[in-house]
Design a protein around this ligand. Sequence first.
Ligand SMILES: [Cu+2]
Length: 208
Amino acid sequence: MNGGSSGSLDPKGPRAESIADTWWLMLGLGTAVFVLFAVLLAVGLFRRRREGEAQPSERRWIVGGGVVLPVIVLVVVFGATIGAMRTLAEDAPPGALVVEVTGHQWYFEVGYPEAGVTTVGELHLPVGQPVEFHLTSADVIHSFWVPELGGKMDMLPDGVNVLVLQADEPGEWGTQCAEFCGLEHATMRLTVVAESPEDFAAWIERQQ
Ligand SMILES: [Cu+2]
């Protein structure tokens, strides 16, 4: 990818952070459960049963490892997922910057309706504020994804999907269409530039 992309595990905004946190939680829990059961398995394999020794209740292990532990892990992951989904679904405040992104075979058209500016393949946004993206397509289904800022969303030819993203620090990231959309899909790139509100205003002025 161009622009030194660092991916969804290097979040640059609150929404991307909630996704990355959920990912790390799931990895941590999965690793802990795996290690626990690997140790128990090893203990079970190498421990010799002594003749005539009373066997501990097997039912305790089956209920604990097969029911109680999975229920605890799934409830924790469920709660974290609901929390992340609520963060992602938050609306932008009234008066937030609106950016219209339209997928074409094979380029991104980026419009700033308030400023009357349109660009191709390059998206600028000011840091520190939620930006409301209106996503649509002029032809087939495309997909909009800036991993450093948040979740992925489809761009559909028959409607507008709204996605709110926020960057907390300046940066430049490369991304591309995330849905196979024809022969030149792989060349459908987008450069995303997050900059201070002053730099953003100056950039808009230059485009005008
Ligand atoms: Cu596409």
